[in-house]
Design a protein around this ligand. Structure first.
Ligand code: NAP
Length: 249
């Protein structure tokens, strides 16, 4: 069945791969990112493959922008019942060097963003009696040097997910989280740059600790998201799936 999906942070990386995958599964997809123009490649890839998509520019941490974005999607594509909270940023620093702005921006995009988007979309899911929410956590939720802000946000995503599962289950809505390990995207590229290591060396170093002996690709995460969004996953809710090429936690 065709549903209307919103994927945040879908201009590139994991979000773009997830938007493409959901479109391939037959859903109409709102490709949401900070800058509407940056969504055009993802939208073009979907439409060229015969799918339906629209670009939406919005800051997920801004309540007014979120409400306007969800209203626009509802008007132009239809009432959204699938939401993938993927938008994310990193502002890594050791605790003693971490600024309040580093803390607030990371918590703002990941946690406040997922809260605002989920609150806006649940209304349509409850009305439809069906919905899927997928939140992006991370293996960093278990602790990661230099990421006190990001680890707190990604651990917070897990508690947020479990609570949505409990509150919304009776309306046919499931909520699950994916905790990716090392995935090759602009985010991991910028981490390598920040620590001053050539990206290939950075990848090789990370892969040495991954049991399946390769780095993750955005499609690895998109595949997991597609499962959680499927009709068949209706009895799976409140779970955190580590997609990290090996066991975690
Ligand atoms: P990415 O390549 O940096 O893409 C993130 C996207 O989110 C960018 O297009 C970015 O837009 C957008 N975004 C940032 N702030 C936003 C906001 N306030 N409102 C709307 N969109 C916003 O990152 P990625 O690696 O694909 O990561 C996607 C998600 O997976 C994130 O939640 C990340 O924390 C999580 N994750 C990634 C990894 C990994 O190894 N890559 C591992 C674990 C978890 P701009 O380009 O305009 O900033």
């Amino acid at each position: 069945m065709t549903r209307i999906a919103i994927v945040t942070g879908a201009a590139r990386g994991i979000g773009a791969a997830t938007a493409l995958r959901l479109a391939r599964d037959g859903h109409a997809v709102a490709v949401l990112d900070l800058d509407e123009a940056s969504c055009s490649d993802t939208v073009a890839a979907i439409t060229q493959a015969g799918g339906r998509a629209m670009a939406v520019g919005a800051n997920v941490a801004d309540s007014g922008a979120v409400q306007a974005a969800v209203a626009r999607v509802t008007e132009e594509l239809g009432a959204p019942t699938i939401l993938v909270n993927n938008a994310g940023i990193i502002r890594d620093n050791l605790l003693f060097k971490m600024t309040e702005d580093d803390w607030d921006s990371v918590l703002g995009v990941h946690l406040r963003g997922a809260f605002l988007m989920s609150r806006a979309v649940q209304q349509h899911q409850v009305e439809a009696g069906w919905g899927r929410i997928v939140n992006l956590s991370s293996t960093s939720a278990l602790g990661n040097r230099g990421q006190a802000n990001y680890a707190a946000a990604k651990a917070g995503m897990q508690g947020f997910t479990k609570t949505l599962a409990i509150e919304l289950g009776r309306y046919g809505v499931t909520a699950n989280a994916i905790a990716p390990g090392f995935i090759v995207t602009d985010m991991t590229r910028s981490t390598a740059e920040r620590v001053g290591v050539p990206f290939d060396d950075f990848v090789a170093h990370s892969v040495a600790d991954i049991p399946v002996a390769r780095a993750g690709a955005p499609e690895d995460i998109a595949n997991a998201a597609a499962f959680f969004c499927s009709e068949e996953a209706g009895f799976v809710s409140g779970q955190v799936l580590y997609v990290a090429g090996g066991p975690r936690a």
